[in-house]
Write a protein that binds this ligand. Sequence first.
Ligand code: PLP
Length: 417
Amino acid sequence: MRADACFAERDGELFAEDVPLRVIAERFGTPCYVYSRRALVEAIDAYTQALAGRDALVCYALKANPSLAIVRLLAQRGAGFDIVSGGELARVIAAGGDPARVVFSGVGKTAAEMQQALDAGILCFNVESDSELRRLEGVAAGTGRRAPVSFRVNPDVDARTHPYISTGMVENKFGVPLAEARALFRHAHSSAHLEVLGVGVHIGSQITSVAPFVESLDKVIEFIDALAGEGIALRQLDLGGGLGIRYRDEQPPSPADYVRAMIARVGRRPWKLLFEPGRSLVGNAGILLTRLEYIKRTPQKSFAIVDAAMNDLMRPALYEAWHDIRAVAPRAQSPETYDVVGPVCESADFLGHQRSLSVQEGDLLAVFSAGAYGMSMSSNYNSRPRAPEVLVDGAACVLIRERESLADLYRGERLAG
Ligand SMILES: *Cc1c(COP(=O)(O)O)cnc(C)c1O
């Protein structure tokens, strides 16, 4: 079943699994993030089933949605985690995830974060530069432990996605160019404080065809084979994340088809395979529920002013991302075209342009495909409390994060005088 079938219409109104979104709005207010447990389970299981029988680990990229309840659910179904900060490591541990299944990515790891991750006993550091390698070596030397490392290489492949989420080309800040990687491997291999496990790539996000993944994998396989020729045998290959989802009319490969294509390329090579999906696990497992506050008609256009804004869901403002927006209970009236906007004082504050909706003031709207990079990118801009999050499981719904209070907005602040 398609994950977004978990948010479907019944008897003229939208449900999350077996719960009317109207009921969720009544109970928890709006704006509110709503996730489907079934969609999350189906998404992680699609990966793990496609990898059955192989030495492999699916490391959920926490930055897509770091909710403790989601992390716990995925951990219970066997996931490991891809983290990019000490804060994300703390979340994995708080949710009961296993640090031994954590890989630590990112170009700017601090010494304190390295120490924290070594103490926790993570699976490996995905090292992105020579300077980082030297720093990690120093931190590891101080603890008397060997730091497990994998290098993130930059294969110089065009992921054919939005430039802000493209990460595997030479002009991007990510990864070590293949030509320089060999020297780093040699150094790490000879260090008493480092243990070389493998190599990884992550070429971008919202990638909707297998071709860039294959192109990148082929370059990395060639690289690993060349290293083996020098006596440096790698055990682990991290294929990164980046598989796209359908927001509108994209036709990305399914996780199973994508995984199968990668496995076909790797063949019988005995490497442990790591995947780091974020968006494709949670993106279509969540919606943002919002209420239409005002309809404002100007000579040029009509605005549907809702109670969610760019601080709640930043993707439209940041990437001009398109999210489907539907009335929770469409009216029996002919639709009108609206720009769906929030109350924030920025012209970039929109959720959708030129959307056809049959609605009246006070109606509920659902913004689809909001499970990834929605809540995790939210802010308090305009001093707006962040939305609550609700996890639906069949006919049950659980509040997994409270709405922030007004006092939360200035918690930790001091009057100077
Ligand atoms: C963001 C990120 C991911 C997840 O990307 P998705 O497109 O959400 O699958 C995986 N690995 C790394 C290193 C990342 O930075």
